[in-house]
Write a protein that binds this ligand. Structure first.
Ligand code: ADP
Length: 189
């Protein structure tokens, strides 16, 4: 099984690239951000809880996020593999994912889309003009997400470096160029 973590800061293009990758490699795309937004839209108890964190640009607590992710994986056992987008974002989430995937061979690879900060802020505020996402419309919230990424999420990259699984991919360029760089890595798995 291919169990891929598509990693990178907010605005690095994970969601867009994941959509293309799932088609080419026939994997299931699981985006925790999309799952939260779906729950918020439908006013579920999970959505109501998550919203208070997301609106501020903070991470949703691990217990909530991990349970939601596990449920999604358990619902879809008969797949060729997964692309995890936006998960894991903390070390406890990475440990939970390792445990969850241990029967299917563990995490295959973590591909990080590497994009400079100022480009990210520009992309996110630009996306906010059309996406309707409140967390993309405010400079302070965007910067808070980037600082949380550095504090809580970069350690996940280092965690998989120790296992020889982390790879950095240059995330600036056309969608096709970035897609080709990711595909090169996936073809090796
Ligand atoms: P982006 O990558 O652009 O920040 P996402 O759609 O991945 O957007 O996530 C949106 C928000 O959802 C995050 O800012 C965070 O509040 C919450 N979220 C998503 N995934 C996680 C996660 N794995 N752990 C905690 N919070 C998360």
């Amino acid at each position: 099984m291919i169990n891929l973590i598509l990693f990178g800061p907010p605005g690095s293009g994970k969601g867009t690239q994941a959509e293309s990758l799932v088609k080419k490699y026939n994997l299931l795309h699981i985006s925790t951000g999309d799952l939260f937004r779906y729950n918020i839209k439908n006013s579920t108890p999970l959505g109501l809880e998550a919203k208070s964190y997301i609106d501020k640009g903070d991470l949703v607590p691990d217990s909530v996020t991990i349970n939601m992710l596990k449920a999604k994986v358990d619902e879809n056992p008969d797949v060729k593999g997964y692309i995890f987008d936006g998960f894991p974002r903390t070390i406890p989430q990475a440990q939970a994912l390792d445990e969850l995937l241990s029967p299917s061979g563990g995490v295959s690879s973590l591909l990080m889309l590497d994009v400079p900060d100022e480009e990210l802020v520009k992309r996110l505020l630009n996306r906010g003009k059309t996406s309707g996402r409140a967390d993309d419309q405010d400079d302070q919230i965007v910067r808070n997400r980037l600082s949380n990424y550095k504090k809580d999420t970069i350690p996940v990259f280092d965690y998989y470096v120790d296992e020889g699984k982390s790879v950095k991919i240059w995330g600036v360029g056309s969608l096709e160029e970035v897609f080709a760089r990711l595909s090169l890595e996936l073809d090796r798995l």
